[in-house]
Design a protein around this ligand. Sequence first.
Ligand code: BMA
Length: 378
Amino acid sequence: MRSNIGIEKNLYLLVLLVSAVSCKPLYNAGYEKTPMVDKKLSPPTKRLHKKLFLTSKKGIILGHQDSPGYGVGWKYDAAVHAFESDVQKATGDFPGVYGFDLGHIELDKTHNLDTVGFAPMRRNIQEAYKKGGIITLSWHLNNPFSDGSSWDTISAVDKIIPGGAYIKKYEHWVERLANFVKSLKYEGKEIPVIFRPFHEMNGNWFWWGDGNCSPSDYVALWKQTVHLLRDKHRVHQILYAYSPNIVDSESTFLKYYPGDAYVDILGADIYDHNDSETYAKNVKENLKILRSIAKRKNKLYAFTETGLEKIPNEKWFTEILYPNIRASGIAWILFWRNARESHHYVPFPGHKSETDFRQFCKSQDILLLGNLQTIDTQ
Ligand code: BMA
């Protein structure tokens, strides 16, 4: 799908492509040297990894959580089966990265914690992938000890790692998740996904977060989850992403890091809580930290969650966000979900920051789906 804002940008991408051909070693550096978490990764997933490396040299892919599932004032209707997005409604083009959340798949529910049905989710994942989109999955799973939500911080990690009394329950939960991921197929082949479990672990708001489990128990949980998915259930369509909340140093970033053999992509989740000065500073510093660790480890890195709720600052995208992410080398940026008027992170038609968002999306290095479709990463 070609965007109505994309002609100049596609010319720019063509120039980059020509220069890429003339300095190939630079473009090949990185992904070929990177050991993957899963040595048996499916060919489409290996291609996704390469594609992300190559596109990250050219720009930042725009992503949005739950984009085709709903927006402000509308919800996906499986009977009509239209593929919609507030990003598309505001800019004329779709996001390149699609975030979905698997919270409650562990309970065998038909809908996730935000009332998105897993069957329509699967359909939208297939449709997004068919169009050239990239899928990332988070998991706001319940607390396996108390059966409360992800935000029930009663300690649980120690109970579901080897030696814990609830390990069987957790294994069963992972099996359900594995079955859902394995069901993600297009034309008979597995759809590659970026799985980003146990995110924002350095914050104290989730049961797997700071103060609610020890770093070594967190690492044990991560490794066990990879072993279950990769080795027990033979899911070979996953790139694993580790994404803390704001950090102040490389060592804080790495406090819960499960190790190079267990992580494919490094990420950061940073929100603007109506204090743009602090946000800008955090973004700049954190993306620098990410970049430096990622370069050393030859890993991909991305801005895995961000946004300013309701976007009350009309020029937020061009004046606050863009100057702090440009030239950062992040592979993608994911804006959080457009749930309702009081909880959204991307403008919808008629929103006062719609023009600014369009302007931001027109930036040469911000890549929407139409731009992604023109990049040759074979
Ligand atoms: C949070 C909010 C919640 C939602 C959760 C998981 O940031 O958007 O409303 O349930 O993410 O998607």
